[in-house]
Design a protein. Structure first.
Length: 391
């Protein structure tokens, strides 16, 4: 027994002398964070996952001038066309961190590429162009090995190897593929398409396939498709693997969708603000009346984009627990649930801020300034070295 204790002590000394940190200690050094993609600034804000205070900011487009200078004429036309349709330059569309908290992956919207950065050094590790002219919403696999990005203009989604940046698979989607969401059990990846948003509502019939595509992430084959009359905006998928709640183009509210039966079972119409009631639907931002959904337990958090509010709804009844109202034209445009499940984080894109709402009380408890035009928020962890790099 004494010899075993001595051997264990010797190993401990050797580990200390070698400067090797055991895996459990490394895990303890990871810090929960919220990533905020500041779309127009082209930056990423890192917020503490519990206090929501800003830890630091990373420039996701340090190579912007080089990218513009090396575009061929077709690429430049595509870049300017996307900017014109969008109404602004969206440099950061979506983002994720590696599970070890060292690497940031960014889908760079109108630059039509995906990049990876070492957070500690801010060095670009790889860059890969997507097909077409716009890189859209993304999702990262649970093990961090795959980053799935919608190639919006070509009705496809790409699967990136996060180590090399290589596109290892591609699967077909509807028209203008948008969100990518894993089911809670990880056995299905859902891709939502929104249809051609540049067409007016009267030509909704011509917008293409408004489709939910269910894909098997073990081999990236399509398992099932669901057709919709309107574009599928943000959606959330319940742990029962049977229920989806989704916002749809032009809908001032949300629907409950039965994934087994393939049909809408409930539509919830939410109240219009005075401003929104007077709006022409063709002036809704990219056809979306409401854009942003998250949930925690028996509560749903939904962003009322054109109405300048966030609503907390009870499940399963879907009655409103309460509203948080913002100044006119705040543009609440995305929602994410905090790591502890207690708060809903709402991007106020025109106020360059994140609204923090308590799920239990449906009250705003904080407002956090970030970069220019925040939209996508994602949860992740940062390594100690990455945190230290922000000073």
């Amino acid at each position: 027994m004494r010899s075993k204790r001595l051997a264990a002590a010797a190993v401990g000394v050797l580990v200390a002398l070698a400067g090797v940190v055991p895996a459990t200690a490394q895990a303890q050094q990871l810090r929960d964070v919220v990533l905020v993609g500041n779309a127009q600034a082209g930056t990423v804000s890192f917020l503490d996952g519990h206090t929501f205070q800003v830890i630091g900011t990373l420039n996701a487009i340090p190579d912007l001038e080089q990218r513009l200078a090396t575009m061929n004429p077709i690429e430049r036309i595509g870049y300017e066309t996307v900017n014109a349709i969008q109404g602004y330059k969206k440099f950061v569309d979506d983002l994720a961190l590696s599970p070890d908290g060292t690497t940031l992956y960014v889908s760079r919207g109108n630059l039509a590429d995906v990049v990876a950065y070492d957070v500690a050094s801010k060095r670009q590790l790889w860059r890969t162009k997507v097909e077409g002219f716009k890189a859209d919403h993304a999702a990262i696999s649970a093990d961090g090995s795959k980053f799935i990005v919608s190639a919006l203009s070509v009705e496809k989604a790409h699967v990136f190897d996060t180590r090399t940046g290589a596109i290892t698979a591609t699967f077909p989607t509807g028209t203008y593929p948008h969100a990518n969401d894993y089911s809670p059990d990880g056995k299905t990846l859902y891709n939502s398409s929104i249809g051609t948003t540049s067409l007016i509502k009267a030509f909704n019939w011509a917008k293409g396939k408004r489709q939910l595509t269910a894909v098997d992430p073990s081999n990236w084959t399509v398992k099932r498709t669901y057709q919709f009359d309107y574009g599928i905006r943000p959606a959330i998928f319940m742990p029962d693997n049977k229920t989806m709640y989704a916002q749809l183009s032009y809908l001032n509210g949300l629907v409950e969708y039965d994934l087994q039966a393939g049909r809408i079972v409930r539509t919830v119409q939410l109240p219009y603000s005075q401003k929104a009631a007077a709006m022409d639907p063709n002036d809704y931002p990219q056809n979306s009346a409401h854009h942003g959904m998250a949930y925690s337990g028996d509560r749903i958090c939904a962003a009322g984009t054109i109405d300048d509010y966030t609503v907390i709804l009870d499940r399963p009844g879907l009655a409103a627990k309460g509203y948080v109202h913002y100044p006119t034209d705040s543009l609440p445009y995305w929602t994410t649930t905090s790591v502890d499940g207690k708060h809903c984080l709402v991007s106020l894109s025109n106020r360059n801020a994140i609204s923090v709402i308590d799920y239990a009380t449906a009250k705003e408890v904080a407002s956090i300034p970030v970069g220019h035009f925040p939209q996508r928020e994602r949860l992740g962890v940062l390594s100690a070295a990455a945190i230290a790099s922000f000073g």
